[in-house]
Design a protein around this ligand. Structure first.
Ligand code: FAD
Length: 439
């Protein structure tokens, strides 16, 4: 039975895609001569920006190398999470209390932002405020949860619930952890359905989406006395007043300055067969979005049809046949450690995607080389990408929305030793594994 399971898993396929119908676009359509804004990338960031700009009256074209939502936005765990990748104490020492307060508030507002769009646009993506659970792999991680929860309550008046090891069975059917922390504010969704719905909403607002239209050159250009951009795509050329770049982990050489600031990191997911109701209830009695406290972390949840979806950075390099194949067995082993109850469960799907990490592990947004952009969500992109797309679009439309991620320094690699090919990933992977082992 297990051999069959892994054989099936090796036929890499994204489970979410089997549940989702994407809008179709006309591949024979000619590109417009001029648009107000050209958006590069059709994930949460690009589509959220495009929708907001079109609702403000702009003519917007989205250019996507592959198909709508093809990148991380259709491949992720669907966890709509509060907080950032870095802990609040780290944020405070780096950015001070006021900016940290704004950043934390933005992380909460980003969940509201997703919820509001889902409701306004009637997107059927199983959005639910189910809360998230962080589980501590070591006693000292649990002690840190207690400190962080106190700090968050005092500084931001936001309450997280701490669970001692003896209370954890109410939240999770695993006894390998030292305790947990719950945030009821977080949510879950089906990310592929969400990105497909976002595309439909953008199209209804007037956005033109061009699939299989990789942008391969961008030049500064003036037209009738106005400064803008000449953009060459696989489907032809277009002139745009402004450009918004939403390419995240798939940022390439067409925006070289941005590419040098983003490390593309692979993340992988397996999904089991549909589980019996009682077993699913035992594994995750409150149906939380769950992740652990390691650097090389596991994240997992039940899908709406009761499969266990289990993800992690099993291989550090982005997805390809080899990394996906390797991840399938590593993740299955990881899932067994957490949930021995799943030893006979068939793994039916495995896939990978690419995350976008900045060197300081922070989201960044604003303007670079005259182009607008938002990147660096570090695994917290479902909510934050939607939010940043909307915020930067508001900024482009002439508003002045509060956005604490605009203007913070965006560091490059130490000594400038990186030009877009992440040669250091095996070293980084080994380093984080060592930190997990020591820490
Ligand atoms: C396996 C996995 C699990 C994750 N789990 C979670 C989670 O549970 N919760 C969470 O909050 N976050 C999670 N994330 C992160 C989250 O998915 C991303 O941060 C988010 O989707 C980024 O959205 P985006 O629109 O910025 O980029 P993407 O969705 O990656 O879209 C970028 C798009 O740009 C296109 N593109 C690139 N270059 C060009 C070009 N030159 N011309 C045209 N198009 C181009 C690409 O084809 C791609 O479709 C996960 C990511 C992965 C990979």
């Amino acid at each position: 039975m297990r051999a069959i399971a892994l054989k099936m898993a090796l036929e890499a396929h994204n489970y979410w895609l089997t549940t989702t119908e994407f809008p179709t676009t006309d591949l024979s359509l000619l590109l417009p001569e001029v648009v107000d804004v050209a958006v590069i990338g059709s994930g949460f960031t690009g589509l959220s920006a495009a929708r907001t700009l079109a609702k403000r009256g702009a003519r917007v074209a989205v250019f996507e190398s592959e198909t709508i939502g093809w990148g991380a936005s259709s491949r992720n765990g669907g966890m709509v999470l509060s907080g950032l990748k870095l802990r609040v104490s780290q944020l405070q020492s780096r950015y001070g209390p006021e900016r940290t307060r704004q950043m934390y508030a933005a992380s909460l507002a980003s969940i509201d932002c997703v919820e509001q769009i889902v409701q306004e646009e009637g997107i059927e993506c199983d959005f639910s405020r189910c809360g998230h659970l962080e589980v501590a792999c070591k006693q000292k991680h649990f002690d840190d949860y207690q400190r962080q929860a106190e700090l968050i309550e005092i500084e931001f008046n936001h309450k997280l619930r701490i669970l001692a090891k003896s209370e954890l069975h109410r939240e999770i059917g695993s006894n390998i952890y030292f305790g947990g922390m719950v945030d009821e504010i977080s949510a879950g969704c089906n990310p592929a359905r969400y990105v497909a719905g976002l595309a439909r909403a953008a199209m209804r607002a007037g956005v033109e989406i061009y699939e299989h239209a990789r942008v391969n050159a961008i030049e500064r250009d003036s037209r009738q006395g106005e400064l803008g951009w000449k953009i060459s795509t696989l489907r032809g050329q277009v002139w745009a007043h402004e450009i918004f770049v939403g390419t995240s982990g798939y940022t390439g050489a067409v925006t070289p300055a941005l590419q040098k600031k983003i490390i593309p990191i692979g993340s992988f997911i397996i999904t089991t067969e549909v589980l019996p109701r009682a077993l699913a209830q035992e594994l995750s009695p409150r149906n939380r979005m769950i992740y652990d406290s390691k650097n090389y972390l596991y994240y997992y949840r039940l899908t709406p049809d009761r499969r266990m979806l289990f993800g992690g950075r099993a291989a550090f390099f982005p997805e390809n046949d080899r990394t996906i194949r390797r991840s399938a067995s590593l993740l299955r082993r990881g899932m067994m450690e957490v949930y021995p109850q799943l030893r006979d469960a068939r793994v039916e799907y495995v896939w990978g995607g690419t995350l976008d990490f900045a060197f300081d592990i922070m989201p960044h947004a604003g303007q670079m080389d005259g182009m607008y952009y938002a990147v660096g969500y570090a695994g917290h992109g479902v909510a934050m990408a939607t939010y940043q797309g909307q915020r930067i679009a508001q900024m482009m439309a002439g508003d002045n929305p509060e956005n604490p991620f605009v203007g913070i320094p965006l560091p490059g690699a130490p000594l400038g030793l990186y030009h877009g090919r992440p040669w250091f990933l095996p070293l980084a992977g080994a380093w984080y594994k060592m930190l997990d082992w020591m820490g």
